[in-house]
Design a protein around this ligand. Structure first.
Ligand code: GLN
Length: 232
């Protein structure tokens, strides 16, 4: 089905570093699952996009304040967010998980986090989870802007752990990051492409059409497989 775009160009905000969904390759170009999906969908559905990789909480705020038209940033569809955003069909099933340094032998459960400092990216599901369980487990939360900043904070010992979406941590581990995940991951929601509630309905419709087409042709699996290989 062909949907007509209503704007000459849609501005889409995204995270700054969220490999393998959006990250810069050796040439400094943004690549990743979100990047490929939105580019292919725009191509197939015949609309123009401009990408802004401004970071997760900035991307969310930019959509809420009408500075951009949509956000694709490994954004989990939650009941809370459904009040402010309209989401596409889900495009990736995810979840969150605690990560620590590979040589850390002290932390094997949430109970071991007592008195420790745990990093979370501002405005994420992981931050929500850590806030909800802060009193129960007695850790402190350090809020950071990016996944890279959490990795660096852990490396220099500024935090003892961080929490992030598990496909991001797993990808990092596969790329040689000295991390491990001692605690089973939390059941998470799915990622969706989002617009501000009631705005740009044609953009969501075009995304859904394109996504369905990518799934039908197998190109969706190729894109995900190119970054993740065979998933469990
Ligand atoms: N999926 C998580 C969330 O929506 C994290 C997204 C991100 O860090 N880009 O909160």
């Amino acid at each position: 089905k062909k949907i007509t775009p209503k704007k000459d160009k849609y501005v889409i905000a995204s995270d700054s570093t969220f490999a393998p969904f959006e990250f810069q390759n050796a040439d400094g170009e943004y690549v990743g699952i979100d990047v490929d999906l939105i580019n292919r969908i725009a191509d197939m559905q015949g609309f123009n996009i401009e990408m802004n990789y401004i970071g997760f909480s900035s991307a969310i705020q930019a959509v809420e304040s009408d500075q951009v038209d949509g956000v694709i940033a490994g954004m989990t569809m939650t009941d809370e967010r459904e009040k402010k955003f309209d989401f596409s069909e889900p495009y990736f099933q995810s979840g969150i998980q605690l990560a620590i340094a590979q040589d850390n032998k002290d932390i094997t459960s949430y109970e071991d986090l007592k008195g420790k400092t745990i990093a979370a990216k501002i405005g994420t599901e992981s931050a929500d989870f850590l806030e909800k369980n802060e009193a129960k487990y007695g850790y402190k939360i350090k809020y950071l802007d990016t996944t890279d900043a959490m990795h660096s904070a852990l490396e220099v010992g500024a935090v003892e752990a961080f929490m992030d979406d598990y496909p991001i941590t797993d990808y990092g581990i596969n790329q040689g990051k000295l991390l491990k995940t001692p605690v089973a991951r939390e059941e998470g929601g799915s990622y969706g492409f989002a617009v501000k509630k009631g705005k740009n309905p044609e953009l969501i419709a075009m995304f859904n059409e394109g996504l369905a087409e990518l799934k039908r042709t197998g190109e969706y699996d190729q894109i995900v497989g190119a970054y993740l290989g065979k998933e469990d």
